[in-house]
Design a protein around this ligand. Structure first.
Ligand code: SAM
Length: 322
């Protein structure tokens, strides 16, 4: 399946953004640009449905600032990558609610991660299912370490485009549905320095736009492995969909055409920390906050049915105790 998105007819296909968002977006309508000529790199490297979704957030970070300047991420790396890939992402930019989701989560991740590295300037960060994202551009403290990891087919695409650019950054292949990924990635473990001071440093784990494509039992196993292995004080930052979204990807303006499916969603946010006794739910945010009082009121109305945000960001922490 090619990575190229199909062309859509309308900029407002799919969910309609709230009036304030839509109005601001239309005021800022970007000039259309032609796709790069010649054979496209992404056409030479067709990806399966789930990996191919990496182009959706890449397009949003590269070109979404124009539509939602108050959430602008200024991702110069994404913009340049998109040029080099020569992908026509116009269809993804037509799906403004998804562009908004990605920019909002990028801001959340950046703020959370910068806060983490302020406390632990020399710690390890890892992006599971990194796709073609490059968060280290914002998170490099000069002393911390960074690992971008994804499935082999994605890393084969990523390596020549985004090689690790400093000795503290590395790339790795991983399938997080295969138990033992924490150890295979060489991440610091809770008992790495047992008996010897100083205690192991906490690890920051990002996992954005990934877990909703896994089966619930696989997500539970990922959370369990994080909880069992990560040193105390570690953080896992992830995005969540309501369980009502499971099985609905065909109706999603950007994900639908890729053929990927939403397999995991959350019925109650408290279920996340219930997976393991070391886990705690530290922060939860709903994208409804971007839509002002109307968005929050609608979500409150739907909450008994949704059980969790339509789309949200969560930070999980691990306790000291076992
Ligand atoms: C929507 S993309 C998100 C990419 C990136 N996190 C971002 O926000 O730009 C989904 C990513 O999850 C990765 N992925 C899916 N299943 C995975 C697995 N079992 N192990 C590792 N990565 C996986 C895909 O290869 C793809 O890169």
């Amino acid at each position: 399946m090619p990575l190229q998105p199909p062309t859509t007819q309308s900029r407002h296909r799919g969910r309609t953004p709230a009036p304030a968002v839509a109005a601001a977006a239309s005021r800022k309508a970007a000039p259309r640009r032609a796709a790069a000529p010649g054979p496209l790199l992404v056409q030479q490297a067709p990806l399966p449905p789930v990996p191919s979704t990496l182009l959706i957030p890449l397009a949003a970070r590269a070109r979404g600032d124009h539509y939602f300047p108050w959430l602008a991420c200024g991702d110069a790396v994404a913009a340049e990558l998109l040029e080099r890939l020569g992908a026509d992402v116009e269809a993804y930019l037509n799906d403004l609610p998804t562009v908004l989701n990605v920019l909002w989560r990028t801001r959340f991740i950046r703020d959370t991660a910068q806060g983490f590295f302020l406390m632990h300037p020399g710690a390890q960060g890892v992006n599971l299912g990194c796709g073609l994202s490059h968060h280290f551009q914002w998170l490099d403290t000069g002393a911390n370490h960074w690992l971008d990891a994804d499935l082999p087919e994605v890393m084969a695409l990523r390596r020549p485009l985004l090689p690790a650019q400093c000795p503290r950054a590395r790339l790795a292949e991983v399938d997080i549905t295969q138990p033992g990924w924490w150890g295979r990635l060489g991440l610091p473990t809770r008992d790495a320095a047992a008996g010897e001071p100083p205690p192991p440093q906490p690890v920051l784990v990002l996992c954005e736009g990934v877990l909703m494509y896994l089966e619930p039992a696989q997500v539970e196993a990922v959370l369990t492995e994080f909880a069992q292995c990560a040193p105390a004080g570690s953080r896992l930052v992830l995005d969540v969909l309501t369980h009502r979204a499971v099985g609905t990807a065909a109706r999603h303006a950007s994900v639908g055409p890729t053929g990927a499916e939403f397999r995991w969603g959350v019925a109650r946010l408290s279920d996340l920390a219930a997976v393991h006794p070391r886990l705690e739910l530290l922060h939860e945010h709903s994208v409804a906050e971007c839509y002002g009082w109307a968005g929050l009121a609608l979500e409150t109305l739907w909450w008994p049915w949704l059980g969790a945000p339509l789309y949200g960001m969560v930070t999980l922490g691990v306790h000291d105790s076992s």
